[in-house]
Design a protein around this ligand. Structure first.
Ligand SMILES: Nc1nc2c(c(=O)[nH]1)N[C@H]1C(S)=C(S)[C@@H](COP(=O)(O)OP(=O)(O)OC[C@H]3O[C@@H](n4cnc5c(=O)[nH]c(N)nc54)[C@H](O)[C@@H]3O)O[C@H]1N2
Ligand SMILES: Nc1nc2c(c(=O)[nH]1)N[C@H]1C(S)=C(S)[C@@H](COP(=O)(O)OP(=O)(O)OC[C@H]3O[C@@H](n4cnc5c(=O)[nH]c(N)nc54)[C@H](O)[C@@H]3O)O[C@H]1N2
Ligand SMILES: [Mo]
Length: 756
């Protein structure tokens, strides 16, 4: 309430929070955790971090043309993400003309014409890149991909490339669909819940209510994480009086402090024991799977020394964990970025699937695989076709519906898009939301790449680093947020979204928009299309813009599983998209069976005197949006430039708690053998319990340390959870590769006054 009232005032606080996640309200801008069934929702169906997300958008602070007149681009480029975000909502379209030092106002018509002119001046549509962040509604996403494909390219990188791409890749290859197989009801009914590589207390707080309910129904919970994250230890449900005043619910029955990147070996060792104990669902394996024999053969000579080295866990700890699996006939495994952002992420997720298949834990109540999605509509955006590699059958239906000819060649993902900009192959960059510069790896390389573009366009609500590192010309197109009333076409419009468990529902904002000049994302897409493709283009852009029902009618005909879309989103709570493995144990893989797969174990070797660094979120941020400078559960106050290191490692490396050091990243490109170094400066050392040799620091301040080509094999997700670093005396690092410490870090939070 303090954060909400502080930024929105009491009236807007009441107007928004009481409508948040309600059947007739709007979908929270925070995470993608599902809402309880209609009729089972609390009056306050949101969490602390959801309230912060709403307040961040519905703030009363406004950023007008005077602000841009006062601050030059050079001035803004010196500010931190925190400072930029706190300046308030952008209120009108702005342009940075070639060679100018300041942004200046531009009319919407001129802005759209500018985009159209640049796009039409390209030699080839593939010279443009169209990024999407996962907050964009289904309607806007569908219209956006339709525009991009009508224009003639599949260059559609999205935030998913940096997020759950590894999950999608592994799940498609093994069970035939890249989405999780559980419902909220399954979580409530599970006998065993495994939470790996995820910090729900901060990033999906409402998940804790579901875990609590499962716990009350008798479930066991295992957490697998190098850090013992607070929310999983003990949870005081703020929805219950007894939760607030009592001792709370102890959640985890077993915590495995795995070494960073040790999960693959851990899961194989558990699989080995389940096979040894014959704790298998033979009937399921026989009927639905392929690959068991090879898997068993591979595990037969499991090397326990290698497993212990990779996991940092003892054989006894792993055996104990395996007994929980053995004793459960309904297991759900949940995971997030601690699993997906590693070089071997796809292999690790395939091991999660292997365990599920061994015990028949797919397509039955209380069981399944559960990648917990990040952005509130990131899953919906993919369903709507935001994907650089969307399958041909989707494009066939799109083409038939609109009489266009979509390009079939796959487009650039996020990393490829940065390479294309860097090499001058891409000339126009258009972002539908998000903060591409802040979120992507290798900050200095990425910033230089972006500066190469002729035009960069950001459709945004708030200012961020991507507005101040620009191409030759730049546009800021300010969009309505989800909390705001959308009167496009003179009628009240609604949009739809899909949560992490494939439930689709409507969302309608209650608030008067921050400015009368804001336009909806649908409007911005359709208007850009008209300015680029012309008023006589075969797609009826003006009609789609005037009434989103028309877009939903088209979605119903193009997107699989969306028949009668517009009427089905009207059922209270919406509807659930089909998921063949969940619904009928149907696996649409090549073999028409679920695939048990074999991945060799590799132990990530860290040279003497180095640490393995993961980059994670504090409790006070949403990705690159920094709500505040505290990380309450980890005991950090008033600063973000901290590095968490085991107390014994601090001593062994010759430092003391509280010292301020530079982080120097060391990387050898596996393809070329080239060694390079990167730096991020001024991090205060904080002693923090975790496996020896591991370390953690916040994203995005550490993004300069993530090498552009350090990616997950198979999914190309930046491996931002496993970076080899050394702690260096401040200012002593002198080159040897790229040096960068921009990262939107700014200098206002360099001196953390922490300590716990
Ligand atoms: N309030 C808030 N909510 C959010 C977000 C936010 O920034 N703020 N972001 C949203 C988005 S887009 C996403 S994708 C999700 C992210 O949600 P999370 O994935 O929970 O986010 P991270 O902070 O990256 O946390 C990674 C977790 O994995 C652990 N970990 C790191 N490496 C390993 C490993 O090798 N093995 C294991 N087992 N664990 C490891 C870390 O200790 C940490 O607990 O949250 C979404 N929700
Ligand atoms: N090192 C490291 N890097 C990471 C990660 C990590 O764990 N470590 N995580 C990765 C992950 S999981 C993700 S998902 C990406 C996130 O990457 P992005 O999705 O690109 O980044 P966000 O910070 O969520 O974007 C915030 C911006 O979105 C804009 N915005 C907010 N709401 C709206 C809206 O309603 N409409 C529009 N048009 N714009 C809006 C605002 O201008 C705001 O500044 O980062 C990735 N990068
Ligand atoms: Mo994400």
């Amino acid at each position: 309430m303090r954060r909400a009232v502080g930024q929105m005032g009491p009236v807007r606080t009441a107007q928004t929070l009481l409508k948040l996640n309600q059947v007739d309200g709007f979908d929270c801008q925070g995470c993608a955790w599902p809402d309880p069934a209609a009729g089972h929702r609390h009056a306050a169906e949101f969490c602390e971090n959801g309230a912060k997300a709403v307040a961040e958008e519905a703030t009363k602070e406004l950023l007008d043309r005077d602000f841009f007149a006062r601050h030059s681009l050079a001035d803004l480029a010196d500010k931190s993400e925190y400072w930029l975000g706190k300046q308030g909502r952008i209120t009108e379209p702005m342009v940075l003309r070639a060679g100018a030092t300041h942004y200046e106002p531009i009319s919407w018509d001129d802005a759209f014409a500018t985009v159209g002119r640049h796009l039409n001046a390209l030699d080839d549509p593939d010279q443009a890149v169209f990024y999407t962040s996962g907050k964009v509604s289904n309607e806007a996403a569908f219209a956006f991909q339709l525009f991009v494909r009508s224009f003639g390219t599949n260059n559609m990188p999205d935030c998913s490339n940096m997020c759950h791409e590894s999950s999608g890749t592994a799940l498609v290859e093994t069970i035939g669909i890249g989405k999780g197989s559980v419902s909220l009801e399954d979580i409530h009914r599970a006998k065993l819940l495994v939470v790996m590589g995820q910090n729900p207390g901060t990033n999906h707080p409402r998940m804790l209510s579901a875990l609590e309910e499962a716990k009350n129904n008798g479930a066991k919970i295992i957490s697998i994480n190098p850090l013992q994250e607070a929310g999983l230890v003990r949870f005081k449900n703020p929805q219950h009086a007894k939760g607030v005043v009592g001792g709370g619910t102890a959640l985890s029955d077993l915590h495995l402090p795995v070494r960073i990147n040790g999960d693959l070996a851990l899961l194989q060792a558990i699989g080995h024991l389940l096979v040894e104990w014959d704790a298998l669902d033979h009937e399921f394996l026989e009927t639905y799977t392929t690959g068991l024999e090879d898997y068993v053969a591979h595990l037969a000579d499991l090397d326990w020394d290698q497993v212990e080295a990779a996991t940092g866990l003892s054989r006894a700890q792993i055996t104990e964990a395996a007994t929980y699996f053995r004793d459960s006939d309904a297991t759900v495994t949940c995971w997030a970025m601690g699993i997906t952002q590693h070089r071997n992420a796809v292999g690790t997720i395939k091991e999660i699937v292997n365990l599920a298949l061994l015990q028949g834990n797919i397509g039955k109540p209380g069981a399944g695989v559960c990648p917990v999605r990040g952005h509130s509509n990131v899953q919906g955006d993919r369903t709507m076709g935001i994907w650089e590699r969307v399958p041909d059958h989707f494009l066939d239906r799109l083409d038939a519906e609109f009489s266009i000819t979509s390009p079939r060649e796959h487009g650039h993902d996020t990393v490829a898009a940065i390479h294309a900009l860097k090499d001058g192959e891409a000339r126009v960059f258009f972002a539908m939301g998000g903060n591409f510069i802040g979120a992507t790896p290798d900050t200095e390389v990425t910033e230089a790449a972006m500066r190469n573009a002729a035009l960069t366009v950001q459709v945004s609500t708030k200012l961020n680093r991507s507005h101040v590192v620009t191409g030759g010309e730049a546009l800021i197109l300010p969009a309505l947020g989800r909390s705001e009333k959308d009167m496009t076409g003179g009628r009240e419009q609604r949009v739809t979204v899909e949560d992490s468990m494939s439930a689709v529902h409507a969302s309608k904002g209650p608030l008067k928009p921050a400015s009368e000049h804001l336009r909806s994302e649908v409007d911005i897409v359709c208007s850009t299309a008209l300015a680029t493709l012309g008023a006589d283009h075969v797609v009826p852009w003006a009609e789609l813009r005037a009434d989103y029902t028309e877009i939903r009618r088209r979605i119903a005909r193009v997107v699989p599983g969306c028949q009668d879309y517009d009427s089905r989103v009207d059922t209270p709570g919406g509807f659930v998209l089909p998921h063949p493995p969940r619904d009928s144990r149907t696996f649409t893989t090549e073999s028409e069976r679920a695939v048990i797969s074999v991945t060799p174990i590799d132990v990530l070797q860290v040279p003497e005197g180095r640490l393995l660094l993961q980059t994670l979120r504090s409790h006070d941020q949403f990705n690159t949006t920094i709500y505040g400078l505290d990380d309450r559960y980890r005991g950090i106050k008033n600063g973000r430039r901290v590095v968490f290191v085991h107390p014994d490692d601090i001593t062994a490396l010759g430092w003391s708690e509280g010292d301020v050091v530079d982080l120097v990243g060391e990387w050898t490109d596996p393809r070329t053998g080239d060694h390079s170094e990167r730096v991020a400066r001024d991090f205060r050392i904080v002693g923090y319990d975790q496996p020896r040799g591991c370390a953690a620091a916040y994203y995005p301040e550490t993004n300069p340390l993530v090498p552009l080509d350090h990616m997950a094999e198979g999914s190309r997700t930046p491996a931002s959870k496993s970076l080899v670093v050394r702690l260096a005396e401040r200012g002593t690092w002198a080159g040897g590769g790229q040096a960068s410490d921009s990262g939107g870090a700014g200098r206002d939070d360099v001196r953390p006054e922490h300590l716990s």
